[in-house]
Design a protein around this ligand. Sequence first.
Ligand SMILES: C[S@@+](CC[C@H](N)C(=O)[O-])C[C@H]1O[C@@H](n2cnc3c(N)ncnc32)[C@H](O)[C@@H]1O
Length: 625
Amino acid sequence: MASKVPTVGICSSKEAIYLSLQEGYDFVGVRLSTDALKQRVESLEPFENVQEFLDSEIDYHPEEHVNKVVGLTSEWIELDSNNALIAQRSEEILMKEVSFASYCGLASVVCNGPKIADNIMQYARSCSMILDSSFNINLLLQFPIESGNEDLFENWKMWNLVRTACKYNPRLQLALELPPSCSPPIELVNRWYAEPIDMITLSCMAFVPNPTGYPVLSRKLRAIFSLYIRKNPKVFLRDSDFPDKIGESPDYSIYMKHLFDTQPPAPLVEEFAGGYKDYLQIPLQPLSHNLENITYEIFERDPVKYAQYEQAIFSALNDRDEASVTRIAVVGAGRGPLVDCALRAAISSARTVDMIALEKNPNAFAMLLLRNRQDWAGKVSLVFGDMREWNPDYKIDILVSELLGSMADNELSPECLDGVQRVLNPHNGISIPSSYTSYITPIMSPKLWSEVRNMNDASAFARQYVVLMNSVDFLAPNDEFRFQPLWSFHHPNNETKLFTKNQHNRRSAAASFQATNPGILHGFAGYFEAILYKNISLSTLPTTMEEKSPDMFSWFPMYIPIEKPMYIPENSQLQVHLWRMTDGVRVWFEWSANTYLILRNGSQIHLSSTEIHNASGRGFSCLMN
Ligand SMILES: C[S@@+](CC[C@H](N)C(=O)[O-])C[C@H]1O[C@@H](n2cnc3c(N)ncnc32)[C@H](O)[C@@H]1O
């Protein structure tokens, strides 16, 4: 992987800005006001206002490096003080400092986090007011990763209250502080990962000399960094006036950049699609829409999916009589990659095949015509049209298709394959895939939820979204059944008579999850597993993808949002209901969630419920034609 370019900054006086940048830091944190301001504020009478800053109170003025400066607001500010006058003065000073920083053209300011949990709403109200009174500037609240008391999640809970009170304002971000001796459990590290971490702050005291005297971070801090680096935060080194114990002029910036550069490679999917992290896409509808060339081209970049299909076709051919001629039809052939797989499998299994490719997209069909002439020596029989209306005067032995969506059946593979299965040889005809199952898990993701909310579209919470998830935390990480199956489809569908109006393809499922830690439910992540043939599978499920189809990136997970985020206390149960509905013309999904508190004696108290999302498919549905 091309390593990310790290952004490392250091705390600096205004006089040393140039020098710090010369030394290789990408940005500097500079105090906005001097101690003289504190002294004057302390000497004011209760009824007096602070008024404008005096010359001696201002520590920074706009200069040429303004785009590399982060403003540090006064450390003595206590928005959540028990003393009403101190809290009021703090708010007044913070407002003025943010306003001044904004005037200077700074992109962000860092502000102390809250200290007193009981006064958190007072703190939150001040933040809300400051955000309302400014336009462009980001307010970075500094929170230590751990609270240092029994409730490990206390700091996160405070942050969550502030963020919620400020209506998930995108300009409210985190400066996550990693104290030198911190040792947070992985659940807490993952929890913060889902939050908008713009900056990681670290004291220079956190560095220790290695055997050759260079400043390095402890193993624990390095491990936390390795995870957070994937969020591309700024790294800010505070307290730079205390580094003496580790050498003459320790170069933290070189070390931090070395740390970034020596990270293990990111998963293959990020190499191909890193730019799509947390980017919501509305699922394709390949049945009712015709896909573009570029979409096919992107599908075809995933070598793993096609290798699995080729292996499955190879195994299926191997299981057939050597002397027989096998009729293979790729239905929904697109630009032909599965035809290539089948032809290669025929050669490697030394079987004779009669190859057919069917496609209903006239534009992709034009490509099949070209490929048949150029690559397949005219040996593939091409059929144009909808597979459900195909009436060949012969039977097919192996029906190959790839009509799967992020939750398997959501692009209407069952409806298409039901309609074409009558062309299968009734004795030993098979479908590749032979079955698929969708899975679900509850997630917290302020980022994904805000993206949906910010669409400002009445149907936004009625849709599901395909997304390469990054800023996400699983809410049931300790639950043995944290990914639960919803439903499956099998092909050919021998069990049921195919009912009118597609009713045999309705499904419903309920799943319960145990959440041991507190959190916020923002919705669900959906995945799938498909069995192509015997033990050859595709999986997007985090627990099995490594074993079944490692590095496959054709499908991103599905985000199923809920409109109103729900608070989940520790030791609660989350329940989701999902329905796959159809009226014979459309297919759509509906969903709802409930939460319960589990008491020590095992009884449950109902906490809250959502409405039914996408009721009657009024917000979003897939057309069957
Ligand atoms: C997800 S793409 C897969 C294309 C190709 N097989 C691949 O793996 O790259 C699904 C293809 O099926 C086609 N398709 C969907 N429904 C169909 C139907 N009912 N009849 C024929 N083709 C269909 C679409 O036009 C699209 O080309």
